[in-house]
Design a protein around this ligand. Structure first.
Ligand code: GLN
Length: 255
């Protein structure tokens, strides 16, 4: 169910991260290794977010999304070869049953320098979490990217971020609120703000690989033969910059 990745480090082309590795996101769109909880391929669209190279850590995020399988977009290779960036977030989508297949339902969801993705499902959607809608300004509800659980989770996370909450608090608060109302939800969340990548594991795999001055976080290792890939344990918060990485467990209060 959906695969996503985030990169921070020296400029690389979108193709370097998304298309070219042996087990790239492109390959994971049609041959993922570790799909859990239903779904076999990720053919319901895709998205790539990035900063202009040299724009610093403030973005703004640029974005390309399509509602077709990544492998069928014949324009993507040229675009991906010609754009370089220090901050990337990309995702391929396997739509949850009952949710629309449309470009605007594809991650990344972006605002300013924030780029966000959700891999999973909110159990009992939408009734289970309807009370959380009341915590959002009406305009946010009227302008959701799409009528999906992921777009709603983004609206909740963005609301925290707009209030100045750190990324880790925004993600953990939303996960705690949603799991309280919708137990069993799968909530792998991934946020790249250009300074750090922050992620939660809840129900799906996530790996990270520290390079020289770079960090890559991905649902599945992009190169299974590369020794640096490490799994993030279930129900954990990963917070990483290009030179610092911490993992904290929900059982220990995310601290
Ligand atoms: N439920 C989300 C959607 O339909 C995410 C799906 C997934 O992770 N496969 O877009």
């Amino acid at each position: 169910m959906c695969r996503h990745l985030a990169y921070l480090g020296p400029p690389v082309t979108l193709a370097d991260v998304v298309l070219d590795p042996p087990h790239s996101l492109l390959r994971q769109s049609w041959a993922p290794n570790d799909m859990r909880g239903g779904g076999t391929i990720n053919a319901d669209g895709f998205g790539i977010g990035w900063f202009d190279s040299g724009s610093g850590d403030g973005g703004p995020a640029r974005r390309y999304r399509r509602d077709v399988p990544m492998w069928s977009d014949s324009s993507l290779p040229d675009l991906a070869e010609s754009v370089s960036s220090e901050a990337i977030l990309a995702a391929v989508r396997s739509a949850t049953v009952g949710m629309p297949v449309t470009e605007t339902a594809c991650a990344p969801f972006v605002e300013g320098a924030w780029m966000f993705s959700h891999n999973g499902v909110v159990r009992g959607w939408p009734n289970s979490v309807a009370s959380l809608a009341g915590t959002l300004p009406p305009v946010d509800l009227m302008t959701l990217d799409a009528p999906t659980d992921s777009a709603f989770l983004w609206a909740l996370v963005r609301h925290h971020l707009r209030q100045g909450h750190p990324a880790a608090k925004a993600l953990t608060d939303v996960v705690d609120d949603v799991l309280a109302l919708a137990p069993g939800s799968r909530l792998n969340l991934l946020l790249n703000d250009g300074l750090r990548i922050t992620a939660i594991t809840a129900g799906h795999a996530l790996w990270f690989c520290e390079g020289k001055d770079s960090i890559t976080v991905s649902s599945e290792p992009l190169d299974p033969d590369e020794p640096g890939w490490q799994p993030v344990p279930e129900l954990s918060l990963l917070e990483t910059t290009t030179n610092q990485c911490s993992i904290r467990s929900r059982d220990e209060g995310w601290s």
